[in-house]
Design a protein around this ligand. Sequence first.
Ligand SMILES: C[S@@+](CC[C@H](N)C(=O)[O-])C[C@H]1O[C@@H](n2cnc3c(N)ncnc32)[C@H](O)[C@@H]1O
Length: 271
Amino acid sequence: MTEAWREANRANWDERVAVHLRSYDLAPLRAGRGQLTPIETAELEDVAGKRILHLQCHIGSDTLALAQMGAEVTGLDFSAPAIEAARALAAEIGVAARFVVSDIYAAPEALPEPASFDLVYTTWGTICWLPDIAGWARVIAHFLKPGGALYFADAHPAALVFDDDVAGPVGFPGWFTPYFDTAPLIQDDTRDYSDATARLSAMRTYQYIHPLGAIVSALIDAGLRLAFLHEHPAVAWRMFLALERSADGMYRWQDKPWLPLSVSLMARRPA
Ligand SMILES: C[S@@+](CC[C@H](N)C(=O)[O-])C[C@H]1O[C@@H](n2cnc3c(N)ncnc32)[C@H](O)[C@@H]1O
């Protein structure tokens, strides 16, 4: 597996680990009360006692928050430094969780536990890194127990067509890329979203916009049934400079809810 997209993205994510260990707010987690966003808190059922697979777990902050809520969690990510950091964080705060290094598409081989999870959880900055949305959905279905569910929350694909690097109407991001463009967005960008002072040397990334219909259809084709799909005028990070941080930690448009910023859904494998 030496495709250019994978090698470039992995080098980029490997380098971000040290940056995020400094810039992510891990204080609540260290204090024993790791939190998810208000969107997830409102939509996720009680996770206590559930067997959860967290795909693209990064440095394990959300994985460990779920473990602190009583879940038995396995975090999976293709970045070895990210998984090393997640294991170190788990040991530091004394929370049990299992972490696996694997590309998402190789997860069925790396983690030979088909049909064994109550919940597959994957949120905030995930599928934009994956070229094959149908393959992503098949991996999720592979790991779910009959009756188990996927919970997904991420940037709304309609918002991803805009970017602050392109001039838009005054105070707004501009049109950046077509919604239905299937080619990867190949960018060289030294910046990091959580630390304005960071400069990355592994700067090339391959990203993908998966239209909402493609995401839902991929899950249906993989055998899952949609339980809900919610569009939100709020997102977990400052996606655009025009957004303002609200008291709940989410970012919203300042005046009107112009465009959905995030989407969340639950889809179940039939019992
Ligand atoms: C934005 S982060 C995950 C989001 C998480 N909510 C966070 O902020 O901690 C994206 C993660 O996806 C992982 N990733 C990207 N492409 C992957 C792939 N093909 N297989 C497995 N993990 C991948 C990266 O290593 C990174 O840790």
